[in-house]
Ligand binder design. Structure first.
Ligand code: PEP
Ligand code: MG
Length: 587
């Protein structure tokens, strides 16, 4: 499509985060640069050096320009980062080593520079000192920009968005989303992903309207095109006509007044019409999100995804750094509890620049992830466990392990926890001796052995995002098969029923903290199946509270019972949708 022809084009994807945005597109081509490698004849090597020098000058000019714009539009503090980038470009060692590599290997200058920069990035990222380790991020950023200039490609970076834009990208990696600026991102529209992919989860927690699974969108639009992102119906409308804009204006008005109604009713307790109180909790990724959890009246944090502490920087945070973050969350949420989930890294959350710890895998979701990584790295795991234990002295904390596949892993994790308790006692450090330890149920083998696990832990939290992907063998981030990722598959319902039954038979509580728990269409089904609590992005609490208050638990149980007799996921979904629509009017 040539959008410059200004014809309206609608592109359908997957609705990932609700809301409507209208604005100009910023195409974010972040994919790391593919560097060609070839040998340069000796008589042409001087030309290579000249090319390198020209690219350095161009890169310096770009960075200075961006710095100036950011200073003007955002502020001097935010612009200071670019001084660090300019310093990288002035590093004589980096430049001299690149030229020396060209002379000795005869390879093209891009290849030489990539090798030398790679060595520096690795060295910096291994520093314990946070300041030095963060230089690796600057270096990587500048190296990418320089390589793009060497190869005549456009420069782009998420950090450098000036003004409010709809961000169109292939995907947003966890390390990139950590630098995503809510005030700059009007909306996200991504080629890949699904409702449970990392970027979608972050977008919902930041309340950024988003559509994912748009395939080749980055190739179909241009920087500066005007577009509507409809995060309710999963549409991107490029070059909308006046009448489309008018129609969307009306839709937005309606949605806004519905949202105002939701917020109004959010002040009320989450009690069904037949008097059953439902526990609604928040999922957070950063300690500061406790503020939003409280604004939306969560009764605690049901899932604190601690990996973002690790993904936001370029080093493994120390026990002390982690303690500060966990304590902030626990104190902020008091008297309610915070369920702190231990590190779940890998899968769609790889740690950039740490290939020594996370070697490339063919199938990362089935690979070296979460508790598997932690048990293999006791020094990292135990730092985290001690940090959580220490934070537990400042409010109510609970510990939760991700990706437990059976009792063996649970026992090994608990053995390390026992060592940490002993170490803290020996150090004379206070912690909550009665801290509860629970496990996520997100692997089918954990679900089927729920009876065994329930005897060994204080609570369950069902991670439907992973449970569904492993149960149905549907990669949760692959947009090509996203239509097969069916939360209402009879296998999912039966598995949930089994987990709840085993939890209750062993007198422990069971919640849901996957995305299914924050979907107001699925909440009645989950509650009807007997789950005790639902945990979700804070911004979803009003919508879920609304349906809880509009239904009776008796009806929810009848819905679940009927759903368990049905064979088709579509039919079960239709029943859930009808249940919701009969009780919630958006008009
Ligand atoms: C889940 O799998 O449902 C879950 C909550 O964990 P994550 O999305 O972080 O894998
Ligand atoms: Mg999970």
């Amino acid at each position: 499509m040539d959008s410059r022809a200004k014809t309206e084009t609608t592109i359908a994807g997957i609705a990932a985060s609700p809301g409507i945005a209208y604005g100009q597109i910023f195409v974010y081509l972040q994919s790391s640069v593919e560097v060609p490698s070839y040998i340069v004849e000796p008589d042409q090597r001087a030309g290579e050096v000249e090319r390198f020098e020209r690219a350095i000058v161009a890169t310096r000019q770009q960075i200075s320009r961006i710095k100036h714009e950011v200073e003007k539009n955002i502020g001097p503090e935010e612009a200071a980062i670019f001084d660090a980038h300019l310093m990288v470009l002035d590093d004589p060692a980096l430049i001299a080593e690149t030229v020396r590599d060209l002379e000795t290997t005869g390879q093209n200058i891009e290849t030489c520079f990539q090798k030398v920069a790679g060595r520096y990035i690795k060295a910096f990222s291994e520093f314990e000192d946070r300041f030095l380790a963060e230089r690796a991020v600057d270096l990587r950023d500048v190296a990418q920009r320089l390589l793009k200039n060497l190869m005549g490609q456009d420069e782009t970076s998420l950090r450098h968005i000036v003004g409010q834009r709809i961000i169109v990208a292939s995907d947003i990696a966890p390390s990139e989303s950590a630098t995503l600026d809510r005030s700059a991102a009007l909306a996200l529209a991504l080629n890949s992903g699904s409702r449970t992919s990392h970027a979608a989860i972050v977008a919902r927690s930041m309340k950024i309207p988003s559509v994912v699974g748009l395939h080749d969108l980055t190739a179909r639009v241009h920087n500066g095109d005007w577009a509507i992102v409809d995060g309710y119906d999963g549409l991107v409308i490029v070059n909308p006509t006046e009448s489309t804009l008018f129609r969307y204006g009306k839709i937005q008005e309606k949605k806004k007044s519905f949202e105002a109604r939701l917020l109004e009713s959010n002040r009320e307790p989450a009690v069904t019409r037949d008097g059953v109180a439902v526990t609604l909790l928040a999922n957070i990724e950063k300690a500061e999100e406790v503020a939003a959890a409280k604004t939306y009246r969560a009764e605690g944090v049901g899932l604190y995804r601690t990996e973002f502490l690790f993904l936001a920087g370029s080093h493994i945070p120390s026990e002390e750094e982690q303690f500060v973050a966990y304590r902030t969350a626990v104190e902020g949420m008091a008297p309610h509890a915070v369920i702190i989930r231990t590190l779940d890294i890998g899968g769609d959350k790889p740690m950039a620049g740490k290939s020594d710890l996370f070697p490339k895998e063919n199938n990362p979701f089935m690979g070296f992830r979460a508790i598997r990584f932690c048990l293999a790295h006791p020094e990292i795991f135990k730092d985290q466990l001690r940090a959580i234990l220490r934070a537990s002295a400042f409010g109510r904390a609970k510990i939760m392990y991700p990706m437990i596949s059976g009792v063996g892993e649970l026992a090994r994790a608990n053995a390390m926890l026992a060592e940490c308790r002993d170490e803290l006692r020996a150090r004379g450090v206070r912690f909550d001796e009665t801290i509860e330890v629970g496990t996520m149920i997100e692997i089918p083998s954990a679900a089927t052995t729920a009876d065994l696990l329930a005897k060994r832990c204080a609570f369950f939290s069902i991670g439907t995002n992973d449970l569904i992907q492993y149960l149905l063998a549907i990669d949760r981030v692959n947009d090509r098969i996203a239509h097969l990722y069916e939360p209402t598959h009879p296998a999912v319902l039966r598995t949930l029923r089994h987990i709840v039954h085993e939890a209750h038979a062993n007198n422990i509580q069971v919640g849901v903290c996957g995305e299914m728990g924050g979907d107001p269409v699925f909440a009645p089904l989950l509650l009807g199946l007997g789950v005790d609590s639902l945990s979700m992005s804070a911004s979803w609490l009003p919508a879920v509270r609304y349906i809880v208050r509009a239904m009776t638990m008796a009806d929810a149980r009848a819905l679940a019972a009927e759903a368990l007799t049905l064979e088709s996921p579509a039919e079960i979904y239709a029943r859930c949708d009808a249940f919701y629509r009969a009780r919630v009017k958006i008009e």
